[in-house]
Design a protein around this ligand. Structure first.
Ligand code: LLP
Length: 418
């Protein structure tokens, strides 16, 4: 459920007709709906009512826009960050440091020190090597880092290979059968307080069974760690819940996820941490684009839009499906190839797609673009970075300026010896 809907034949974001935004801000532009973000945040939180003690930390990587983070902070959310850049955004949005969890396999020494300095709530340690390095840095700073050990449960999440993280040969976490030994080794070091474990098996999960298997393995590990005399107070269950990209697609609901979590974690006696990204932001955003022209094709016409793979990379990277609809559809349909202007065949959003009939100059949107959209943009083909807009009822604001290609060129230097 989202707040992008047709009123009098024109697609609106909440109460704002999208053509008004296109006129004022230009295209392509990402448009987010505050009411949708808040609704998703509430639904996810309420789905976890059966979990007594919890922190929901939004996965900033899904949508790091400051205004988006501020909306989620207003819902009591913390932040799951994977770089100091993301940490600074979470702090700038007013999220309390104790509600920030820092994950990622490649945290540098400088990043570990900066996060200690900021007083973040938890480091999710992804290797023995990282734990030892963090312990040494914290000790030298006269501090103690609160840590969870991320384990790799060797569970196939059944999602796209590039967004699967919990299989034994993925780079994330430590093998679950070595976790007890590594935990013990790190727990003996001054500078770190090993207080829990963490897991994240992948993204856009369409089935709860692999998650349940992974959580079950965590339950056994908690028992083993406690049996070895360790105190486990925090368990991070990661994110991963999928969202429907296609009309009519059925995915496990937050309520089903919450019920499964409550059942599997019953009696653990810990604070549970959740790191949802896509399920909060995905359907809360669209990429608004204008048709440049329609070109005759061999089988189908090419609808060439002004958005490209540099603005929305998911179709090119993962073959991802994004629903594509006209902003003021006539009611007639066409079968078309939807492509961007970038000079490679990968800049294709869809082939042979049945969609609203569109002509040059008309507006259209790619739906479900609020997560892993703007944040994965690049400036390939010397295109700039798209603007972002947040709608709130009958008002809207530009929450990220368009960065023109000229501004990117301005940051380049030609040495005098050339
Ligand atoms: N926690 C950790 C440690 C993660 O690595 C991720 C996502 C999340 C939480 C949030 O997962 P979510 O709830 O959003 O599924 N760019 C890809 C998705 C990459 C996800 C990476 N990790 C895409 O566009 O599909």
């Amino acid at each position: 459920m989202d707040h992008f809907a047709y009123k009098n034949g024109v697609m609106h974001a909440e109460d704002i007709p999208l053509p008004r935004i296109a006129e004022a801000v230009g295209t392509p532009v990402y448009v987010y709906s505050r009411a949708t973000l808040e609704r998703h945040a509430r639904v996810f939180r309420e789905a976890l009512d059966g979990v007594p003690d919890k922190l929901i930390a939004f996965a900033v990587k899904a949508n790091p826009n400051l205004a988006v983070l501020k909306v989620l902070k207003g819902q009591g959310y913390g932040a799951d960050v994977v770089s100091v850049g993301e940490m600074r955004r979470a702090l700038a949005a007013g999220i309390a440091p104790e509600k920030i969890v820092f994950s990622g396999v490649g945290k540098t020494a400088a990043e570990l020190a900066a996060a200690l300095e900021a007083g973040i709530g938890q480091f999710n340690i992804e290797s023995a090597e990282e734990g030892e390095e963090l312990a040494a840095i914290a000790e030298a700073m006269g501090m103690c880092a609160r840590c969870a050990l991320r384990v790799n449960p060797d569970v196939d999440a059944g999602t796209h290979d590039k967004i699967s993280t919990g299989k034994a040969d993925n780079k994330f976490g430590v093998p679950i059968d070595e976790a007890g030994q590594i935990f013990g080794q790190l727990a003996g070091l001054p500078g770190v307080e090993m207080r829990g474990i963490a897991v994240h098996i992948g993204s856009q999960l369409a089935d709860l069974a692999p998650l349940e298997r992974a959580f079950g393995k965590l339950g056994e590990l908690i028992e083993a760690l406690r049996g070895a005399g360790h105190t486990i107070t925090h368990v991070d269950l990661g994110g991963g819940l999928g969202v429907p990209y296609k009309r009519g697609e059925e995915l496990p609901s937050p309520a089903e996820y919450g019920a499964m979590v409550a059942r599997v974690t019953k009696g653990w006696g810990v604070t549970l941490i959740f790191e949802p990204g896509r399920v909060i932001a995905g359907n809360a955003g669209v990429l608004l684009t204008r048709v440049v022209r329609v070109k005759r094709g061999l089988n189908h016409p090419f609808v060439i839009v002004d958005a490209a793979m540099n603005d929305l990379a998911r179709p090119a990277l993962y073959g991802a499906y994004h629903d594509f609809v006209g902003v003021e559809p006539s009611g007639e349909n066409m079968t078309a190839n939807i492509v961007g202007p970038i000079c490679e065949t990968g800049d294709t959003f869809a082939m042979g797609r049945e969609c609203d009939r569109l002509a040059a100059g008309e507006l259209a949107v790619f739906r479900t673009a609020g997560a892993y959209g703007a944040t994965m943009a690049s400036s390939y083909n010397s295109r700039g970075f798209v603007a972002e807009v947040l709608v709130d009822g009958d008002r809207y604001a530009v929450v990220a300026d368009r960065i023109e290609a000229a501004a990117i060129m301005d940051a380049e230097r030609v040495p005098e010896w050339l």
